[in-house]
Design a protein around this ligand. Structure first.
Ligand code: ZN
Length: 111
């Protein structure tokens, strides 16, 4: 990530100060990608990474590797907290309004 940061810095700020501006769209996407990388790293930091023991993929979700179908024999599903009828009614009283258009969310696997 450090190397990626240096490349993005040099390609965006460095080219600007050298008198030849890099393509603004390219710079925007490079910085955007860098921020996503740091955000992902921050989210993973402090969390126990669940990796597939067969292929090493990080795509082990709910005890199953989505890459090779390996199943974690030690997986313990998280206990769901029960929601009372009163709490459910309170939550349903106001409509849920997403802050963004999540209906168009795409993951890398959709491409
Ligand atoms: Zn796997």
């Amino acid at each position: 990530m450090s190397a990626a940061s240096v490349v993005v810095y040099e390609d965006t700020y460095g080219s600007e100060t050298a008198g030849f501006g890099a393509d603004a769209g390219f710079c925007l996407k490079a910085v955007e990608h860098l921020l996503v990388m740091f955000t992902e790293a921050r989210l993973r930091f402090g969390q126990a990474a669940t990796r597939c023991e067969d292929c090493g993929s990080y795509m082990a979700v709910a005890g199953v590797c989505t890459h090779c179908d390996w199943e974690d024999p030690n997986y313990q599903p998280t206990e769901r907290q029960p929601v009372s009828d009163e709490e459910r009614a309170r939550r349903m009283a106001t409509p849920c309004t997403p802050s963004s258009d999540i209906s168009t969310f795409m993951s890398p696997h959709d491409l």
